[in-house]
Design a protein around this ligand. Sequence first.
Ligand SMILES: [Ca+2]
Ligand SMILES: [Ca+2]
Ligand SMILES: [Ca+2]
Length: 424
Amino acid sequence: MPLALFTICLISGIYGSEAGGGQCKISERSFLGKALKGHTFKQFAVRAIVECQNTCERDPRCASYNFYIPGKVCELNSQTKEERPEDFVTDELRFYMRREGTIICLFSPVYFLDLLVEVRTCECQNTITNFVPLDDDECLKTPPVCDVNANCKNTLGSYLCSCIEGFTGDGKTCQDLDECQMSTHNCSDNGTCINTEGSFNCSCKPGYRGNGYNCSDSDECQMSTHNCSDNATCINTEGSFNCSCKPGYRGNGYNCSDIDECSRGTHNCHSSLASCTNTVGSFSCSCNNPYSGDGRTCYPLVSECQNYGSLNSADRKITYSGSTGYCDNGIGPGWFRFEGSAGTRMPTSCPPNYRCGANVPGWMNGGHPTVADGQVTRTVCFHHGGNCCRWSTNIKVRNCGPYYVYYLSGTPSGFCPLRYCGTN
Ligand SMILES: [Ca+2]
Ligand SMILES: [Ca+2]
Ligand SMILES: [Ca+2]
């Protein structure tokens, strides 16, 4: 049944006044949401509340009545709340009315079944007034009562505005929250926060990749997104990368140019017997004529460097102290090279007696030549007793680069226990 047909009469205890020439005494007669329990002697359904009132007025037993609102049921009581205060209880579905008294009319908004209604409460004239819903839904109004970025909730007699997520304010006006400024965003530490109206966006910083919430270093070297020089090496770093010029090049890594090792003197070609040729990223060395080699080591293209006799027995080495029965009185003359077990060269200091397989070992008194020195003459001394140079003879020596060759002849005076020593 529509509310409009549902009529009641209430008297508010709140609005105290007098009307009707003093006959209409206001008293606390009617209470919405209250009922007197346990004293009902008669109950019956009615179409309108006025029937309750009239029935109670006609029945001498009736001191008050409850009205059960949902079912529109009258409950006639034999007592009043003043007589039975302990039985006067809260009951949201009922209201209580005392019988006697005069009536005035009052208008008051009261809540009834979730609706705000205007209740016209009258005594004296027994006037009954229809419910008039007072509430309207402000949330449906145009223009909106709340901010466009707020939720509107209709309430009885009013409404509530509350800003939606991402906004702040009283709901009537809402401003964007700057999550970036307030550091309430959840962008990656390696991301950048960009405030937007009602939200925010995250994007990875340069050098990182991901969705903005999770950003990890991008390996520019692996992905070939670096801009290092072709002549540089790319080294990945957290958030970036480094470029460094390859060996043989110089520059900042982004631009690398060839180093001219020859003109800068940073090559390792033989200093006097070879020529340096600059190349892109490197250099090359070549031995000058008439030398041969890899350019770092050069040796002469002379016959004694290719054609020589080999002195390679272990008993010739300066460390050998076994049999002393050897001698070089019949050697040569010719070019010889110390190699193999005999060592690589002649010693240049006086060895002890009884070494190199001979009583009187020979040693070269003077330093070895350089390649550039060419063929040189040296003296070989033979140690006998305490005399390191008891006998001597001249020999020729040449540095062939990787090795030396010696021009040797038979030892002095054909004296047998003399021998040329080898060493490492
Ligand atoms: Ca925002
Ligand atoms: Ca990186
Ligand atoms: Ca170069």
